[in-house]
Write a protein that binds this ligand. Structure first.
Ligand SMILES: [Zn+2]
Length: 196
């Protein structure tokens, strides 16, 4: 699985809402191919109006003005601590959404985007990058937990790289895993199953 280079089609829905799955599916567009790899170590520093070290405003596209500042600060810290590049999932819905769901991605809830889906890459032994193994996925969870994300979803089977959903929801916190390759659920509300 490590060398699959098909475009990511990952998209998740954080809270099951009973929305029509056909409508949900219709909202999923093929990923764009212009997603940027955000190298937390080597990326050029940002423009002066953005205090983030590891992300540029343009990484968030049209959603940038709606991004929750706490979310941005936390993912920047996450990038500080992660061992490899981080790629914002190129799938529609990986940053903001406008829908009827209770998802933290949904800007219509509070006017803010409070969730983001990230593909977490690991430097390969000799060249390039590879997917996280179970230990690395567990490490990602612990980093996210320590930083204080209140919603953490683990997606060990996302393609082409596996990754996480991170959000800053109001308490109570929610944590889950999903073994889906392409979509969100079904969800298992115990993240440890992802690295078991
Ligand atoms: Zn998500």
């Amino acid at each position: 699985m490590d060398n699959i280079l098909t475009p990511s089609m990952t998209v998740d829905e954080d809270i099951p809402t009973g929305n029509d799955p056909v409508l949900e599916a219709a909202g999923i567009e093929l990923p764009t191919n212009n997603a940027k790899f955000v190298d937390p170590i080597h990326q050029e520093q940002l423009t002066s109006d953005n205090s983030l070290k590891h992300f540029k405003k343009s990484d968030f596209g049209l959603w940038y003005p709606y991004m929750d500042k706490s979310l941005l600060a936390k993912i920047d810290q996450f990038a500080d601590e992660w061992i490899g590049p981080i790629k914002i999932s190129p799938v529609k819905g990986a940053i903001g959404r406008k829908d009827r769901s209770g998802s933290m991605h949904n800007v219509k809830l509070t006017g803010k985007v409070r969730a983001i889906d990230l593909l977490l890459l690991v430097p390969a032994k000799y060249f390039g990058y590879r997917r996280m193994n179970k230990n690395e996925l567990r490490a990602a969870y612990l980093i996210a937990k320590n930083i204080g994300f209140t919603g953490i979803g683990l997606y060990p089977n996302w393609l082409p790289y596996n990754g996480v959903h991170l959000d800053v929801r109001p308490l109570p916190q929610m944590e889950w895993a999903s073994f889906s390759k392409f979509g969100g659920g079904p969800y298992i509300y115990n993240p440890a199953v992802a690295w078991a």
